[in-house]
Design a protein around this ligand. Structure first.
Ligand SMILES: [Zn+2]
Length: 192
């Protein structure tokens, strides 16, 4: 029995290490592994060289419906749903795999990483609790995230209908800069 518990603990440490490397917050580690908070804090410090950021997790579902976040989040949830449908990978492992594929896509296409791991993890919870849903665009037939309350039969995605002034005005630039600043402050930037 002892051997078994050491093995399973080893697996938990391995998972937690991977999550820290992907940028997961402490709350995500606590929810996804069986390790104590104390051990997770120590592990976090060991892997990252700094203490885990304090404060609450980003919790607003509205973030996922902003134009650029929606593109990245929709990409991620499509990967995630594909993995759930066609493999036996589940739960946190499915989120990790999907997020790694999302990062690969971002890198190959020289895009900016917009979706942090913690947000991706939060997104899956929002979809599971049906706060957010996936719906098909009537023009390109791609699947995009929407508020469950906003599901319409004639949804047109942000790529088929790019807001004409998206990111082009001074106000938009200022808003973007403020958003980035906030993201940095709450630690929700892509860290890989
Ligand atoms: Zn479309």
């Amino acid at each position: 029995m002892k051997v078994k518990s050491i093995l399973s603990e080893g697996k938990q440490i391995q998972l937690a290490t991977e999550l820290v490397q992907l940028g997961a917050r402490l709350q995500v580690l606590e929810a996804s592994t069986t390790l104590s908070r104390e051990r997770l804090v120590r592990l976090y410090k060991e892997v990252k060289g700094v203490s885990p950021p304090k404060g609450m997790l980003p919790y607003s579902e509205d973030w996922f419906t902003g134009w650029q976040p929606n593109m990245h989040s929709s990409l991620f949830i499509n990967i995630y749903n594909y993995i759930i449908q066609y493999t036996h990978i589940r739960d946190i492992d499915a989120i990790v795999k999907s997020y790694q594929l999302y990062l690969e896509h971002v890198e190959v296409n020289h895009l900016q990483c917009i979706l942090s791991f913690t947000r991706a993890w939060t997104l899956v919870r929002f979809v599971e609790s049906k706060v957010l849903s996936v719906t098909a665009c009537v023009k390109c037939t791609g699947n995009f995230l929407v508020h469950s309350l906003d599901i319409q039969s004639n949804h047109v995605c942000g790529l088929c209908h790019v807001p004409s002034r998206a990111g082009k005005t001074k106000q938009a630039a200022a808003r973007k800069a403020k958003e980035v600043q906030e993201e940095v402050e709450i630690g929700e930037v892509c860290t890989v």
